[in-house]
Write a protein that binds this ligand. Structure first.
Ligand code: AMP
Length: 301
């Protein structure tokens, strides 16, 4: 397994190794790898010849009161797991290499970053500015043919797709389904913050989304369906930061009659963890008997 820590070394490796029409896949992560990350690496391994996994806890996407210091880090374990899943190279730059003191640039996608997790009452748009800045740097350095992201971070996917389109970045964005624990909880590095009681409480996030899904399938009006989901959370002692319905691509509020794919997204604080999850509702699926939840955005493990 090749481990590279400097952008110039990564660029050199890519130009020397990408021969004979070989394709490059990039899987950006913040480490603390779990099955969700590994599913992206495996997909990249299936679809591209050279798979670069980046592991970088990006300080620019954490707010001053967020968990940058506490974020779980285990380089040795991550490198082994990435290798087992098929990665060719792990890129682990140091923050001072990514952001030297002279660093003065930010990449910002407007609009989409100001709602849901980007709302002032949530993480704020600065979070996504940190994400787009680092992802733009990673795409420039690795120059992949394809880059892999998880549907769990649906807003991040919408924002990155917009950045790639707006800035003419020559990469295909591949989005992989959310990988879940057997009880439906979306896998997340932040699940490690939960104690046993909080871990039990956290299953209600999935139950709430399932309840919303069931209501929508049954023809319940959107706001009523979201209200049912909020009640499920409150009954479990969880006050959601948001549980909202948005257009999947523009992230504009979903309006009835529902026509395009709708993102139903939730963020909920549990203990010191802040957990997010979502599913995609396809309005036309309402009349398609037998269409499974998994096909509609995946609420089942
Ligand atoms: P992170 O390390 O949390 O920044 O995540 C790195 C990538 O893994 C992002 O594209 C995430 O959307 C994706 N990811 C995280 N958790 C999951 C999951 N449970 N299922 C699928 N992808 C995931």
């Amino acid at each position: 397994m090749t481990v590279v820590r400097d952008p110039a070394d990564l660029r050199r490796w890519v130009s020397e190794t990408r021969v004979d029409g070989k394709t490059v896949g990039l899987v950006p992560t913040m480490g603390a790898l779990h099955e969700g990350h590994l599913s992206l690496i495996r997909a990249a391994t299936d679809e591209t010849d050279l798979v670069i996994v980046s592991i970088f806890v990006n300080p620019k996407q954490f707010g001053p009161d967020e968990d940058f210091e506490a974020y779980p880090r285990d380089e040795g374990r991550d490198v082994s797991l990435a290798e087992e899943a098929g990665a060719t190279l792990v890129y682990m730059p140091k923050p001072e290499v990514m952001y030297p003191t002279s660093f003065s640039t930010a990449v910002e996608v407007q609009g989409l970053t100001e709602v849901l997790c980007g709302a002032p009452s949530s993480r704020g748009a600065a979070h996504f500015r940190g994400v787009t800045t680092v992802v733009c740097k990673l795409l420039n350095t690795a120059a992949p043919d394809r880059a892999y992201f998880g549907q769990k971070d649906a807003q991040q996917v919408a924002v990155i797709k917009r950045m790639v389109s707006d800035l003419d970045i020559p990469v295909e964005i591949r989005v992989m389904p959310t990988v879940r624990e057997p009880d439906g909880l979306a896998m997340s590095s932040r699940n490690a913050y939960l104690n046993a009681d909080q871990r039990r409480q956290a299953t209600s996030i999935n139950l709430a989304l399932r309840a919303v899904h069931e209501e929508l399938e049954g023809g319940t009006a959107l706001e009523t369906a979201l209200g049912v989901g909020r009640s499920v959370l409150r009954e479990a002692g969880i006050e959601p930061e948001y549980l909202e319905a948005r257009d999947l691509d523009s992230l504009a509020p979903a309006e009835e009659p529902l026509q395009n794919s709708v993102l139903i997204a939730v963020a909920a604080p549990i203990g010191t963890a802040r957990l997010i999850d979502n599913f995609i509702f396809e309005p036309t699926a309402k009349s398609t008997p037998g269409l499974s939840l998994a096909m509609q955005g995946g609420l089942t493990p």
